[in-house]
Design a protein around this ligand. Sequence first.
Ligand code: BTN
Length: 268
Amino acid sequence: MEYNFPRFMGKSIRSEGEFHHNILKLNTIDSTNSFAKAHFDELIDRTAVVADYQTAGRGRAGRSWCSLEGNLFLTLILKPNIPFSQESAHATMTHYMGVSLCLLLEKMGLRPGLKWPNDILVDGKKIAGILAEFVPVASKSSRSRMGIVIGIGVNLNMKDSDLEAIDQPAVSLAQLLPPKRRLDRDHFLTAYLDTFFEEYDLFLRNGFTQIARTYDSFLLYKGEKIRLQTEQNTRRGILKGISPGGALLLEEENGQQNEYYAGDVWLE
Ligand code: BTN
């Protein structure tokens, strides 16, 4: 899709937050992730792109993301000034984003959980999902860097009928908080960005070890029998935990413990 940039500028870029970041608010867009990728070179590090409504919200594995007004559709443009490797923070940025949301939901009095690698559930129902895409950072120097466009969709104010139309059990924050409480998107956005950027620099420096214990404390289905759907096949076994690199540790039916870096987990 071709974007006419000024038309989509919404309320323009503003710098906000105790932990410095920029916010670009859009009205309607196909997908904040697609927009961020299309404008990656123009948007500076730590820009948050937010839309009121997405016409073609994208989920993992080519799925779509229900994107009705009243909910949070946020994409962060991140250009970490560190080398990219399998161990660098890039590899587990989705884990970091998920942990940040869990910490915020916990502060709001909820008991969130992480379905590996980065679905956020409350009471067994999905409240948020994360989609990360890598984009090389254009650079004049010989040291190339890898950037990340990372999007999160959070159900804030969904009608029961809209939730029921989703292909898996889903919930929105308004259903979980005291009756008649409608969530203010911008208020939630500010709280989320503050939480995200609070430990971001430490996370860049230390990688997954920075959040390993916290991630583990939110991890769902530990010790339970699960099904792991990878692109190649289906595996079954006991979910043993998370490796130091953020991989899923699965004790398979033959007794072997294997590490997986991608896939969808379902309780058996
Ligand atoms: C998933 O669970 O499948 C991931 C869903 C990610 C949805 C968010 S909404 C903001 C950003 N823009 C998109 O098109 N997708 C992500």
